[in-house]
Ligand binder design. Structure first.
Ligand code: ADP
Length: 473
């Protein structure tokens, strides 16, 4: 039986959350709509499971997580097909996401054995100071549709490695790959209750349970800044620890001395990956006035070559947007940008294929006062600004409440350090258009978030520090 068939056999229901393919509107299948009582029950089960899971050795948890990793890799293509079917991204990207998602499970399986504490030099005779890192308890997570596998593993793998148990609400658009992860986790031997996916058509109601239930000690969220703020407010009453990975408005700067070919290659991947629907996608391009025309010519030629279509078709580079609301939003942003004076150099409208497809678009001759500078585009649209000086472009790049990822291209060594340090962002790509990897800390500053995911820092989000003073020695 294929993974898809076994999911249908196990999770399909007659009524509940209906899942559609954004490329063609086809109904995939319907999954359970968890009630408030059932989610509360999942939290209580997670609490019971936590008591056992947290007492296993790091090595024992590592072995089980490693088995989960192996199963994800074994099922890479089946998982990728599910991702493409429910979220629309091209199959090559979906396969890449499965590897990326799995890498967090591998990494944190290894880290499970290295959750070291400290012995602090004591301050008085006859005493000793010991610092432990302990799992925080039951955690909840709410995840988005744009990386339906990786955004779950990036949270759950460190949580489980630390000894926590987790209740996860995936996005309404993409519950199937989440359920596939749950299925593989059970097969890997992750005990009942330690990792539970709850699917729902009502994120508001279920979100309230996950942020207010006193047993939940931490919430990790990836999604929009507006929802993140709401979840933080809801979590305040029970003083939960929070990790927030929120919206971005990434600047992509090309200095006069940059390698233009490399900058164009970086721009293409940074902007058009997942049809522009990632929180680290380049959102605003700033190109030095002396190379502006040259950059635009090369960038336009490359984008004009993109094949737009169903992500499941071979050769597709840009898939559909996730739904009708997303395409309406992008359409409105472009209309407003043009009303504010931008020129459409390429695209600028819905694709003739129809449905949720939008043409890869380039906007030029834009003034920094244009409304699009403040919007998180989340679509295949690249606004390209001209700048004169390093100081000017740093000011423009930082002129946003967001601070997730930023990119710049230069060959000047001094400038690399000056600009990297001056950018108010959690992650900076220098001569690189993609920064995500499980070995480095992912996260934002300002209204882009709190906390870091991946790397040796990621597991700390799921632990509490306990200090013990031991006297009478
Ligand atoms: P996007 O616009 O990218 O869909 P959202 O922030 O709306 O971003 O969604 C990200 C996740 O947040 C999804 O799982 C969604 O169901 C969930 N979500 C949206 N609104 C709420 C809410 N009021 N409470 C809890 N979760 C929510």
């Amino acid at each position: 039986m294929t993974l898809y068939d076994s999911l249908i056999a196990e999770y399909r229901t007659d009524t509940g959350l209906s899942v559609e393919n954004p490329a063609n509107g086809d109904h995939l299948f319907t999954v359970k709509n968890y009630s408030v009582a059932e989610v509360e029950n999942a939290i209580e089960n997670a609490d019971i499971a936590f008591k056992k899971w947290s007492t296993l050795t790091g090595k024992a948890r590592a072995a089980i997580l490693r088995t989960w990793y192996d199963l994800i890799i074994e099922n890479q293509h089946a998982l990728a097909a599910l991702i493409t079917a429910e979220c629309g991204k091209p199959l090559t990207e979906a396969n890449g996401e499965v590897l990326y998602g799995a890498s967090f499970v591998e990494w944190f399986a290894e880290e499970a054995k290295r959750l070291y504490g400290d012995i602090v030099p004591h301050h008085a005779d006859g005493k000793r100071i010991m610092v432990l890192k302990q799992p925080i308890g039951v955690i909840s997570a709410i995840t988005p549709w744009n990386f339906p596998v990786a955004m779950i593993t990036r949270k759950v793998a460190p949580a489980l490695a630390a000894g926590c148990s987790a209740v996860i609400k995936p996005a309404e658009a993409t519950p199937l790959s989440a359920l596939a992860l749950e299925k593989l986790a059970i097969k890997a031997g992750i005990p009942e209750g330690v990792f539970k996916i709850v699917t729902t058509t009502d994120p508001v109601e279920i979100g309230k349970v996950l942020t207010t239930h006193p047993t939940v000690r931490k919430i990790s969220f990836t999604g929009s800044t507006a929802v993140g703020k709401l979840l933080m407010a809801q979590s305040a009453d029970t003083v939960k620890k929070v990790s927030m990975e929120l919206g971005g408005n990434a600047p992509f700067i090309v200095f006069e001395d940059a390698d233009i070919e490399a900058a164009v290659a970086g721009a293409l991947i940074s902007k058009y990956r997942n049809a522009g629907q990632t929180c680290v996608c380049a959102n605003r391009f700033y190109v030095h006035e002396n190379i502006y025309d040259n950059f635009i010519e090369k960038f336009t030629a490359a984008v004009a070559d993109f094949t737009v279509g169903d992500g499941a078709d071979e050769g597709t580079v840009v898939g559909p947007l996730i739904n009708e609301a997303a395409i309406n939003k992008v359409e409105e942003l472009v209309e407003n940008a043009v009303a504010d004076g931008a020129t459409v150099a390429l695209g600028g409208k819905r694709h003739t294929i129809g449905g949720n497809f939008y043409e890869p678009t380039l906007l030029t001759n834009i003034d920094h006062t244009n409304s699009i500078t403040q919007a998180e585009i989340f679509g295949p649209v690249a606004p390209i600004f001209k700048f004169k000086t390093e100081d000017d472009v740093i000011c423009m790049a930082n002129d946003t409440p967001y601070g997730l990822a930023a990119y710049f291209y230069t060959k000047d060594m001094g400038r690399m350090f000056r600009v990297m340090e001056a950018l108010e962002y959690g992650m900076v790509g220098v001569n690189e258009g993609v920064v995500s990897t499980e070995v480095a800390p992912f996260g934002g500053v300002k209204e882009s978030g709190i906390g870091r995911e991946g790397s040796r820092y990621g597991i700390d989000e799921y632990t509490e520090i306990k200090y013990s003073l031991i006297g009478g020695i």
